[in-house]
Design a protein around this ligand. Structure first.
Ligand SMILES: [Zn+2]
Length: 463
């Protein structure tokens, strides 16, 4: 048992550089502001600047895509990419909603570390205040000062461009940092995003190498009925599913158009991820509320550059959204900052033996979700097929074996005390060692923004 605890400590410290003794000013301290290049480690010898396109499809459930086993052909374009590319079948979000999980993509850190654990989200109190006085404020945390993914890509020599359609992925939270061209419209549909990209294309802004980030929000509620794919149902949940699937089919078509027009078949790494999934009463709720179950915490992970990475492969190694930043920097032949907890997936994309297969399989991944508003927090620890969820305060515990119980319906915490103890210790270390680095920001809240938050499901009654 002593060896086991020693292994746990080593494993956690392997993930957290903050485990090692250090002074606050240590260059390896997580997220010290300053020059990123001072804390870089060279990981790749050959610098290969191709274009990079990162598409984050908001609210996209893995099991509603044909290449993750869905029976309906919701995504012919993405399915083609998957057949020619590499998908990860055990990819995890770091949370279950947009602001914290997307911030993990931008920082390579877990939500309790980058600090964006809340986002645009209005309470009954906010609504009452806006109704009576016309305005109110949201006090939030923005991205940490350390360089984000677009800042690092720009430093690496890329032109950096982004179009986003989610209210959280916007300038007030710092998501615009590092982009030379940044367009955000909180009601943007995929065709609005396409038109912005095509406009830039016509103006010659994609003279490479470029890093393009697209945040596509169509699968997020409210779900439109997209013709000709939507089929009405009398039953509400089935009708919502039909709308949701039609939105996926719609955005898939537009992404396919962009792929062809911008020539992503050549010299371009196309990465497609989702920030979280969506629940359709799997565990008694709709949308993506306070939960870390599979339908919300699993993420889409797809990499396409068949000239470089052997295609038509499914990798079952557990990975996380914190791995996106290191992977994209490494794929660019650029150094990865030492202060991020994610790991480059390049060895797995290249298909060879990574040389540390045991280390990959033993890695513990984490997830975090706050209830808004309120102090309640869910913490997740995932290792191999095991997933532990603990609610802070009540310390109520759920344990699932994802191979035996793919829908995470059977809590086996009582009959697997060793696994609970093991992952529980990992989680305690994670909670105790976390350092929050977000910056403070204040958002003006008016009636129009309140309407948009209502439509997105980003409102909750005060408790
Ligand atoms: Zn989202």
């Amino acid at each position: 048992m002593a060896d086991r605890w020693a292994w746990i400590a080593a494993a956690i410290c392997g993930i957290f550089v903050s485990c090692s003794p250090e002074s606050p000013s240590s260059p390896e301290s997580p997220l010290e502001p300053g020059n990123a290049s001072e804390s870089l480690a060279t990981t790749t010898e050959n610098r290969t600047l191709g274009n990079q396109v990162l598409v984050l499809i908001d609210t996209l459930r893995t099991d509603h895509l044909p290449f993750y086993g869905y029976s309906k052909d919701t995504a012919p374009y993405l399915n083609r990419l998957a057949k020619q590319g590499v998908i990860f079948t055990q990819a995890h979000s770091t949370s279950s909603w947009t602001a914290p999980s997307s911030a993990s993509v931008f920082t390579g850190l877990y939500p309790p570390q980058h600090g964006i654990t809340q986002g645009f989200h209005a309470t009954r109190t906010h609504r009452d205040e806006v109704a009576s006085s016309g305005r109110d404020e949201l006090k939030l945390r923005g991205l940490p000062e350390s360089p984000t993914l677009p800042e690092l890509m720009r430093e690496a020599g890329y032109r950096t461009l982004a179009v986003t359609g989610n209210v959280n992925i916007s300038a007030p939270l710092g998501f615009d940092r590092g982009f030379e061209h940044f367009e955000h419209f909180r009601r943007a549909t995929a065709d609005w995003i396409r038109d912005r990209v095509l406009d830039w294309h016509s103006k010659g802004l994609f003279e490479g190498p470029y890093f393009l980030y697209l945040h596509v929000n169509d699968a997020h509620m409210p779900y439109e009925a997209r013709s000709p794919w939507y089929q009405p149902h009398e039953e509400d949940v089935q009708d919502a599913l039909s709308r949701y699937d039609s939105e996926i089919r719609y955005l898939d078509q537009i992404l396919g158009e962009l792929h062809e027009t911008l020539g992503w078949e050549q010299d371009t790494l196309v990465t497609v991820v989702s920030d979280h999934g969506e629940e359709f009463m799997d565990h008694g709720q709709m949308g993506h509320k306070y939960s870390l179950y599979r339908e919300l915490n699993d993420a889409v992970f797809l990499f396409h550059q068949p000239q470089r990475f052997p295609g038509n492969r499914q990798v079952s190694t557990p990975v996380s959204l914190v791995d996106v930043l290191p992977t994209l920097l490494d794929a660019a032949g650029n150094a990865v900052p030492l202060d991020r907890v994610g790991r480059s997936l390049l060895p797995l994309l290249q298909g060879g033996e990574s040389g540390d297969a045991a280390e990959w399989s033993e890695r513990v991944l984490f997830a975090h979700r706050e209830r808004e508003p309120g102090p309640d927090r869910l913490w997740g620890a995932i290792r191999g097929p095991w997933k532990l969820i603990v609610e802070e305060g009540t310390e109520q515990t759920w344990l699932f074996h994802r191979d035996r119980d793919p829908k995470e319906q059977e809590n086996v915490a009582e009959v697997e005390p060793d696994v609970v103890r093991f992952l529980g210790q990992a989680l305690r270390e994670f909670r105790e060692n976390r350092k929050v680095h977000g910056t403070s920001t204040t958002i003006d809240l008016d009636a129009e923004l309140m309407d948009d938050l209502e439509a997105l499901g980003y409102t909750e009654d005060s408790r």
